[in-house]
Every structure is written in structure tokens, then in C-alpha cells.
Write a protein that binds this ligand. Structure first.
Ligand SMILES: *Cc1c(COP(=O)(O)O)cnc(C)c1O
Ligand code: SF4
Length: 362
């Protein structure tokens, strides 16, 4: 069953009107905000593609030749940046980037063993905006929007509406973290946490800096790939100047996702101690080829990014056509181990609801 909820339009409105989980003492002065020149990345976000007609126009393919189904957008809209589209080969109907964003009829099949909450998020959601599943780290739903709607997204049915904490909610989250001295690491996730302004991000970080037992922050984001201009020198310096050790885990699935603008953006972190890692989802017809994964990890390394996780697809309803079974995944891993230095081989993992960590498959 699909919820009848226009997820993204809802989220983006929310992102715009209620700048996420601003702490109690912080107000955004809309007038000041409007006087500031709009950053490139915000324009890119605003100019995102959200209709199949626009997509076909940009790709220069007639609408009827795009293998898309409008009905699949009802619950989970099309959304993608122009930057990402520019890396699609429009002569290839099975382009691996296109397949990640194209709403297709298969999404409407109700496959057995695929769920709305495939990884048990709801059971680990003690406060709106906070997921606490694993020892030592908590995950914050820092925003309800993304700059792309990946069709296989494991949170494609997640109720962001119930998980935007607001100002009071942010105080509650801070109190929760302060009261549990086992929490050393705070992960900003979402949605995409980099969809919020640097200023808001900085305030969140400063509040966390005040909790002595928090020593690390981590940002899970796909924005460096989708809108590379989001990596501003200011963002880099915010992370360089906090007392917290920082890491950014980007999400990149295919070497074609990395062009010069992406690699230049990532290289802005080169002189800092922010660790750059990548997680990918193993996706049928997109990256389930050893050579693709080998090229991906080599290319990422040349941008200063080390592999972290290669995820088996979470069993989220609507995404069953992307699934690669574990036997095939293990065979691919064997090829990667043969061809790559050990440090360029990602960890193959699966997320099991209720497990105390991501389950390694080897
Ligand atoms: C994946 C995940 C994490 C991070 O797990 P690591 O193994 O540390 O990368 C933390 N919290 C939640 C809720 C997660 O889903
Ligand atoms: S970037 Fe991540 S959270 Fe956003 S739609 Fe893609 S998979 Fe989902």
C-alpha cells in the first residue's frame, strides 16, 4: 500500500518555511536572508527537474520514448538536478544514471517481502527527528528533502512529516544526547542534511560541541554528487573549525556520476582533516558489474574518497526491480578483491531490522 502523500513537495515547502531543526534561541531573519545573494547551489536546487516533460526536453528524447510511468510519481515524485542530468548519455535508454531517477511502472508492483519501513526505523525513533539504533551513535533527520529522488530510496515511504522536530524538538534531542554519555557520534542524515544552510548547520554543530561526550559528527549526503557547488569553502571551513572530528559519507553508485565539477568540489576537503567516505547501493542493471565498481572506487580515490559500505538493497516497496541477490553480490566482491588494493574494497553489508550493526556479508 502506498501512502497518498506528495512526499517531496511537502518536504521542500517545509524546508523552505521552517528551516529544519533550528534550536530554541535561533531565529532566521527572512529579510536578511533575502538580501544575501543567492548561492549557486540554491539556484540549482530551485531549478531542479520535477516533471517528465522537462526531463525529456533536457535529454532531447521524445516523451513517448522515455520508458517512464507518471503513476509512479504520485507517491514519490521525480526529482533531479540539471547537473546530474548533464551526465546522462541520452543515446542510451538504459543509462545507469537515468535508471536511478526514472519513475517506472515496476514501482507500482506490490512484491511480497518488500515493506514501507524495511529497516525498522520506526522502532528506533525515540524522539521526532532522532534515530538511535546503534551503540555510540545517533542519527538525526536533519531535513526532509533531497536534491534527488533515488527510486530505490529506503526512506521513500518514511514519514518526514512526523519527524521534523522544530525548535522545541531540537532542545529535546540535545537533552537526549546530553543525558546519554555513551553517544559519541552524531550523524546528520535525512533527507539530505546539506540541503540546509551553512548557518543552520553551524548552529547545530555548535550546540553539539557543548556536549562534552560528543566527539564526532558525520554527514551522510548525496549533494556533492547531485549539486557539487554545495561544497562551498565556507562549509569546508565550518567542518575544519569545529572541535568535533568530522566525516562526510557521500553516496555515489556509478563512475559516470563523477565529473570534473564533482571531483573539484571533493578536493576542497583535501587540506582538511574531514574524512571522506563513500557508500553505494548495489543496484541491478546500474552497478552490478565488477568493472563498474572497480572504476567507481578508483575514481573516488582520486578525489580523496575511500570506500565505506556497499549496501544490499533495503527491501523497500517499489524498489524490488533493483535488487541484486547476495550470491551475485558475493561473486562481485570476489572480483573486487582480486583487482583492487584492499583499501579500495568496500564492505558488503545488509541492514537487518533490530540488529545492533549493519550485517557484514562475506
Ligand atoms: C546506518 C546507520 C547508522 C550508522 O551506522 P555505521 O555502521 O556507524 O555507519 C547509524 N544510525 C542509524 C539509524 C543507521 O541506520
Ligand atoms: S539521496 Fe539518499 S535519502 Fe535522498 S533520495 Fe537518494 S537514497 Fe534517498
Amino acid at each position: 500500500m502506498h501512502k497518498k502523500k506528495p512526499l517531496l513537495s511537502l518536504c521542500l515547502t517545509r524546508v523552505r518555511n521552517h528551516p529544519t531543526i533550528l534550536p530554541h534561541n535561533q531565529t532566521i531573519d527572512q529579510n536578511t536572508m533575502h538580501r544575501e545573494p543567492t548561492a549557486d547551489w540554491k539556484n540549482s536546487l530551485k531549478n531542479s527537474i520535477t516533471s517528465l516533460n522537462e526531463l525529456s526536453e533536457l535529454l532531447n528524447i521524445e516523451r513517448q520514448h522515455i520508458n517512464a510511468d507518471e503513476n509512479a510519481t504520485t507517491n514519490f515524485p521525480l526529482r533531479v538536478s540539471r547537473e546530474y542530468i548533464s551526465r546522462i548519455d541520452s543515446a542510451n535508454p538504459n543509462d545507469p544514471l537515468l535508471l536511478q531517477i526514472l519513475p517506472q511502472a515496476q514501482e507500482l508492483n506490490n512484491a511480497p517481502n518488500y515493506y514501507h519501513d524495511p529497516v525498522g526505523d520506526l522502532a528506533a525513533n525515540p524522539l521526532p527527528g532522532l534515530l538511535h539504533k546503534y551503540h555510540g551513535r545517533v542519527l538525526l533527520i536533519t531535513s526532509g528533502g533531497c536534491a534527488i529522488n533515488c527510486r530505490y530510496c529506503f526512506r521513500r515511504h518514511f514519514s518526514y512529516a512526523d519527524n521534523i522536530p522544530g525548535k522545541q524538538g531540537w532542545s529535546a534531542i540535545l537533552n537526549y544526547i546530553a543525558a546519554d554519555s555513551t553517544i559519541e557520534e552524531v550523524i546528520f542524515s535525512g533527507g539530505d542534511p546539506l540541503i540546509i544552510n551553512d548557518k543552520e548547520l553551524q548552529v547545530l554543530i555548535e550546540d553539539l560541541e557543548n556536549i562534552a561526550h560528543v566527539s564526532r559528527i558525520r554527514i551522510h549526503t548525496r549533494l556533492p554528487i547531485i549539486i557539487p557547488s554545495r561544497i562551498t569553502p565556507n562549509l569546508v571551513s565550518i567542518l575544519a573549525n569545529t572541535r568535533l572530528d568530522s566525516s562526510i559519507v557521500i553516496h555515489c553508485n556509478h563512475p559516470n556520476e563523477i565529473d570534473t565539477s564533482v571531483s573539484q568540489a571533493l578536493k576542497l576537503f583535501q587540506s582538511t582533516k574531514t574524512a571522506l567516505l563513500n557508500q553505494s547501493v548495489l543496484l541491478k542493471n546500474i552497478n552490478n558489474h565488477a568493472e563498474t565498481l572497480i572504476q567507481l572506487n578508483k575514481k573516488l580515490f582520486s578525489c580523496g574518497v575511500l570506500p565505506y559500505y556497499l549496501h544490499i538493497l533495503d527491501k523497500v516497496s517499489g524498489a524490488q526491480h533493483f535488487d541484486v541477490n547476495e550470491k551475485e553480490a558475493l561473486e562481485l566482491m570476489q572480483q573486487l578483491r582480486i583487482k583492487l588494493p584492499g583499501y579500495l574494497v568496500p564492505k558488503l553489508v545488509r541492514e537487518d531490522s533490530g540488529a545492533p550493526y549493519k550485517t557484514a556479508i562475506s
